[in-house]
Design a protein around this ligand. Structure first.
Ligand code: FES
Ligand SMILES: [Fe+2]
Length: 354
């Protein structure tokens, strides 16, 4: 395993800490985020909470034996109980104390749970988030994958504006169809993938990609003629300074003539689309694990979007950090002098990147 220093600090923002379906009522789980544990639990009535792991009484870890009792979380050590607002409500002998659970901001979006992490100057993590995630689209992912990368969320997200690597590393014909649009914490990339479908020949698909901070990327593709659509979420979560868990979630919708929307068909299509995305991230993995983050890359013409992306990403770091100091393209494109231009190999299907 390569040794990594961390030239980029942890970014602020919303980061996925798990799937909603893995936290049914009554369950307590521990997630890892930025070198710390976060304990998640769901009360019997369904309220989801995220808290710092240690009990304010004597420091026991709620993830090691804590349990849900009705609407309360009960510590395994001395049995103090806590309400969903974090306050202590009692203990086996009726004693209570003043002092609260260290609550973290948590939201659920389309089957995924996200926790807010502020920058160092934002104060405690329970403080109000600087921005909100976009609303849910109302679609449950039908297929999931997760894997670890020796990398950083910014590096993972930068893949979405690095069109040169898409042809070379992934063999896909995906191009930028319009310049990206930064909009506060959101960043929309316009891309078009040309791919071959059996019986349809080459089809060009517009696949807008929206980043919401550095913790959520959502790609949508529609095949209006077939009534099909594809949604891919890419959710990088920093575990440690240069270690990131990436989750993929996919929902493909494929109406079947005569049957209408069939869940089983959607599931199968989602699984296939997920495999395409996983193949891609497995191609990225060794490159990301060994590459070095260059604050001053030698961008060449056609790579302005990488600079734009890095300037946009600066907002997620403390003032004065040198993250995202990328500049204008400085290199030159050398035109080929005759001979046949080698194009990308045939594309394999619409898929989420990176
Ligand atoms: S440490 Fe939690 S109740 Fe004592
Ligand atoms: Fe990639």
């Amino acid at each position: 395993m390569a040794e990594h220093s961390a030239p980029l600090p942890y970014p602020s923002g919303w980061f996925c800490v798990g799937r909603a379906r893995d936290l049914p009522p009554g369950r307590v789980r521990t997630a890892r985020l930025m070198g710390e544990d976060v304990v998640l639990y769901r009360t019997r009535r369904g309220a989801v909470r995220a808290i710092g792991p240690h009990c304010p009484h004597l420091g026991a870890h709620f993830g090691a034996g804590g349990r849900v009792r009705g609407e309360e979380l009960v510590c395994p050590f001395h049995g103090f109980a806590f309400a969903p607002d974090g306050s202590c409500t009692g203990s086996p002998n009726g004693t209570r104390f003043r002092g609260e659970l260290a609550r973290r901001r948590l939201v659920e979006r389309d089957g995924a749970l996200f926790v807010w992490r502020g920058g160092p100057e934002d104060g405690p993590d329970g403080a109000a988030p600087a921005w909100e995630l976009p609303p849910a689209v109302g679609v449950r992912p039908l297929a999931w994958w997760s894997g670890e990368l020796l990398s950083h969320p910014q590096e993972v997200m930068e893949n979405s504006v690095d069109f040169r690597h898409v042809a070379v590393l992934h063999g896909l014909d995906t191009r930028e169809s319009a310049p990206p649009e930064p909009d506060g914490p959101l960043f929309t990339v316009h891309q078009r993938t040309t791919t071959r479908f059996p019986g349809l020949g080459a089809v060009s698909l517009d696949q807008p990609v929206t980043l919401a901070g550095l913790g959520m990327m959502r790609l949508t593709a529609e095949l209006p003629d077939l009534g099909s659509s594809l949604l891919v979420w890419v959710l990088p979560t920093p575990l440690a300074p240069w270690r990131t868990l990436v989750r993929f979630a996919v929902t493909a919708t494929v109406p079947v003539p005569g049957v209408g929307a069939a869940r089983a068909v959607d599931r199968a299509a989602s699984w296939l689309a997920l495999q395409a995305s996983v193949r891609i991230i497995k191609q990225d993995r060794p490159v990301l694990a060994h590459k070095r983050y260059l604050a001053q890359p030698r961008l060449v013409p056609g790579e302005r979007s990488i600079g734009l992306f890095r300037r946009w990403a600066r907002q997620f770091y403390p003032e004065g950090s040198d993250a995202g100091t990328a500049v204008e393209p400085t290199g030159r494109t050398v035109e080929p002098t005759g001979g046949s231009r080698s194009g990308p190999p045939p594309a394999q299907g619409p898929s989420g990147r990176p």
